[in-house]
Ligand binder design. Structure first.
Ligand code: PLP
Length: 395
């Protein structure tokens, strides 16, 4: 690639541009488009959470806070993690300006130029690109798609995790596939990583969006259930999905207490702190928001079942209902260029889906549909897709 004197550095120029955006740009501004391309619940943040933010603004909470967050929020997060997973002190918690920011901070804390990291894919592209910004090499271990949906060949993953592997990124439940690690696999990965000194960076953004009725309180199996506070584990999380707060930009990190002072320094040099009124809304979300989580999970489970029942009756589509997250990630017969397919689908049928290739080469031939939407919109989307496919297959 030819260099221009005003170019960004090579690692930045080499980052992938979002292929989801590429499709969305083709359909943005068209009112007739049913957009299911972004990973975002379609409901506004509940009023009592918004009110907490408003009240804090009215009370004049417009100043910097501690880098690690206001004490009240760190405390309620520590209690929340304790309730869901294991006893956790405030000294293990850092408040961040989103789940995305939590992942960037975790990576900045651990990963340097030339480090080797491993990621399990298909995967939300940000997780694969973040380490590259810092000059790391990312090796991908692919999930397999079969009659049971997306599964991991655990031996393959363990073989990829060598003593030279600095960190492994695991997002479970996973965006885009919904694949969810079970406790047994987590135990094996943790034991292996302990032997090799490899860090686990667990992106737990969707841990509450888990549809296994057998598990109390709707939470996916987590490395936090198994690891000790001094294990090499960072769990990142977000308010975006569980409490319908994508635009607020609030998240957190659970890390070994010895690492937290360095994360505080990184917070200072990234964003300094999350906005105080956003943090106040966060306190109320965690303290009083369990009914919101329960409502969201109920609604998403219904939407998942509804969409998959319809997709299952559509010739040429291979879709298996996922155990978690909020996406259908399904294969369409004869689609070999998912980007091109999604662009045509939005142009001709007004349905906005994300191309599988956006999540890694093993996602080619698949598309992602965010089902955090009403049944009537989903039904409209399915019939448009079915009409489009009837023509598509005929050409
Ligand atoms: C897997 C995964 N991790 C983290 C995030 C980050 O969410 P946010 O930056 O909104 O907190 C997302 C958002 O889509 C995601 O899909």
């Amino acid at each position: 690639m030819a260099h221009h004197p005003l170019d960004a550095r090579e690692a930045v120029r080499a980052l992938r541009a979002s292929k989801i955006r590429e499709v969305a740009n083709a359909g943005m501004g068209r009112e007739d488009v049913l957009a299911f391309w972004f990973g975002e619940p379609d409901e506004v943040t509940p009023a009592f959470i918004r009110q907490a933010g408003i009240d804090a603004l009215i009370a004049g909470e417009t100043f910097y806070t501690h880098n690690l967050g206001i004490p009240e929020l760190r405390e309620v997060i520590a209690s929340y993690v304790t309730r869901l997973h294991r006893p956790t002190g405030v000294d293990a918690i850092a408040v961040t300006n989103s789940g995305m920011s939590a992942l960037m901070l975790a990576t900045q804390a651990l990963i340097g130029a030339g480090d080797r990291v491993v990621a399990v894919t298909p995967l939300w592209p940000n997780l694969v690109e973040i380490p590259k910004i810092l000059g790391a090499e990312v090796e991908c271990v692919e999930l397999q798609f079969g009659p049971k949906g997306w599964t991991l060949d655990l031996d393959r993953l363990l073989a990829a995790l060598t003593p030279a592997t600095r960190a492994v990124y695991l997002n479970s439940p996973n965006n885009p596939t919904g694949w969810t690690l079970d406790a047994e696999a987590q135990r094996a990965i943790l034991a292996h990583c302990r032997r090799h000194g490899t860090w686990i960076i667990a992106d737990d953004a969707y841990e509450r969006l888990y549809f296994d009725e057998g598990r109390a309180g709707s939470v996916a199996p987590s490395f936090l259930d198994l690891a000790q506070p001094d294990d090499r584990l960072i769990s990142t999380n977000t308010f975006s999905k569980s409490w319908l707060m994508t635009g607020w930009r609030l998240g957190w990190i659970v890390a070994p207490p010895t690492l937290i002072p360095d994360i505080a320094k990184l917070l200072e040099y990234n964003t300094s702190c999350a906005p105080p009124f956003v943090q106040r809304a966060g306190v109320v979300a965690v303290k009083e928001g369990e009914p919101v989580v329960a409502h969201t999970v109920r609604r998403l489970r219904g939407a998942r079942d509804f969409l998959h029942a319809h997709l299952g009756r559509t010739p040429g589509i291979e879709a298996i209902a996922p155990p978690g997250a909020m996406y259908a990630f399904f294969r369409i017969a004869n689609v070999t260029d998912s980007l091109e397919f999604c662009k045509r689908l939005v142009a001709d049928a007004g349905v906005g889906l994300a191309p599988g290739i956006a999540f890694g080469p093993e996602g080619e031939g698949f598309v992602r549909w965010c089902f955090a939407s009403s049944e009537s919109r989903l039904a409209d989307g399915v019939s448009r897709l079915q009409r489009f496919l009837a023509d598509y297959c005929a050409t």
